[in-house]
Structure formats: C-alpha cells, structure tokens
Design a protein around this ligand. Sequence first.
Ligand code: ADP
Ligand code: MG
Length: 309
Amino acid sequence: MKDKKVLKINKLNKTYAKNGLDKVEALKNLNLEVKEGEIFGLLGPNGAGKSTFINILAGLVVKTSGSVNVWGFDIDKNPRQVRASIGIVPQELNLDPFFNPRKLLELQAGMYGVKKKDRITDTILEMVSLDNQAQSYSRGLSGGMKRRLMIAKALVHQPPIIILDEPTAGVDVELRKNLWENIKLLNKKGVTIILTTHYLNEAEEMCDRIAIINKGELVALDSTENLIKKIKNKIVKLKLNKNIEISDGSLNSLKVLSKNNNLITLSYEKEKLTVGEIINFLNKFDAEIVDMSTDDGDLEDVFVSLINN
Ligand code: ADP
Ligand code: MG
C-alpha cells in the first residue's frame, strides 16, 4: 500500500487568543500530505507553528478550522482512532521522575488499553538501548536516555506513524547520532516518521521530503534533494590581514552583508559564483585570508531565497 496518504491536512488554521484582543495566527491555511513509509520533516524557525501543528495532531490543541485526516480517520469524527494511529514524542521531556523505564512503559501501555499479553515492553527497551536501565529511576537518566525513553513511550501501542517534535533539542552531538539511528531503524520497519526541527542540516540528513513553514504559512514543500537545489545563496565569512574596498556587485551576485574593517560577511549565489573566484578577487588587493568559513545561510536566508523564486 505504498503512496497511501497517512496524513492529509487541508486548510488548517489555528488562532490563539492572547490576553484579550491580541491574537496569534499560529497556522494559516496549511495544506500537507504525508505518504506511507516516508520520513517527513517539518522545518521552520522558532515560533513558526511547528509545535502547534503537532499538538493539534496529538489532540492537545484544538484547531480553529480546516480538516485533519490521519491514517484515513478524520480527527473530528474519529479522534480515538487518530490517537491510536500515532505515537507522539513531544518537545518537552515530561517523565515522572519516580518511575523506572519499564514501569513507565507499562503504565503508558495501560493508558492505551494494550492488553498484558500484547505488550512488547522489553523489545522496546532493547530497541532504544535502555534495557540496562529498565529498573533505574527516570530522574537518574541522562538527557539522551530520557529522550529515548520518550520515544519508547510513543511506541507502546505500535502505531504506524511516529511524530517527533524537535527530537534533538537538548541532546548532545554523540547521542544525537544514536537517536537518528533509532528513528531510521523504526522507519526501516515500516513506520512513517514525521519530525520537526529548526536545523536545516538535520532535516537534510534525515528526511525524504521537507516542508518549510514560517509564521504559520507553508513556504516550501519538496523532496529534500530538490529543496536543497533551490537554496541559491551561500554565505562566506572572511577575516583579512587588512582593510579592502569591496561592495555589492563587485562580483556577479555578490552582496556585502556586513563589513567591519577586515571582518567581512558576504553572500553569493552558488550557481553564479564560487569561493575560488572570491579568493582570486581578494588576491588582487594583496589581502591575506587569516580565517574563513562558509555556510548555507540560516533559515531566514533560505526563506528569502525560496520566496523570491
Ligand atoms: P514552534 O514550535 O515552531 O516554535 P509554536 O507552535 O510553539 O512554534 O508557536 C507558534 C506561535 O503561536 C508563536 O507565536 C507562539 O508564541 C504562539 N503560541 C503557541 N502556543 C500558544 C498558546 N498556548 N497561547 C498563545 N500563543 C501561543
Ligand atoms: Mg516547538
């Protein structure tokens, strides 16, 4: 059943009422579809509306308007079936500190009405590499272990869809890798993964397709490969041994984002200019490069270049 739509969002809106007259439009006419078996990334800066979206799916936030269909079930008509179809890993760690991982998973299974004989507690603990900590108090677990325990909790009812909200927040680099491996493994077993992040490189590494939202609006939705191609701008930061005269347009597509004596930040379009050409240009001034770094620009730059397409 490939290409079955596991998630279908139509004209989804959420407006929060904030102290009296103030309103926050957290989601504006959002349309999305997620296919079975994919890893789908929802990317956007802080405040974009990612958690609002996830919390609507989780039944924690009530949408203002629009339709949400999960695994063929409408969230208004069949909220229980929707809940049974997804496992949610929320952004905040909310674990009872006095229960051990095994107990927490057993309680969670009970909450989802999973019968004792159908529980797979030990399999899950092994899968997230917490089998050795099965009997330890949750409060004694490291940040990465807690995060993995949150994933484990989302798996007790064996849902076909797992949704993770900023899964790497507060997880150090080493454990991050381990976390991604866990998620990829789940995906290999046929689980559809939906995750949010505000890191482009993370989404790029993990996801088959990426949606970008900004201020509640969808600004891009494409395969990861196509999306990365569309990001036209690169940024180069330079520290030179002397002050030089460089301005917008000195080279094709070159923009001077900031210049503070010999510290310069430039942006350029990767299809029109290379770092090599920039270095050649600097050589004409007999300027020596003391330090240099390049990156893909932050998400805001990505939005600008996508919106201007
Ligand atoms: P993200 O997860 O992408 O950082 P959120 O969904 O948390 O974004 O927030 C989107 C917008 O909605 C923000 O402007 C945020 O301040 C606002 N918001 C989120 N939750 C509430 C709430 N319970 N009440 C009022 N405003 C909220
Ligand atoms: Mg969030």
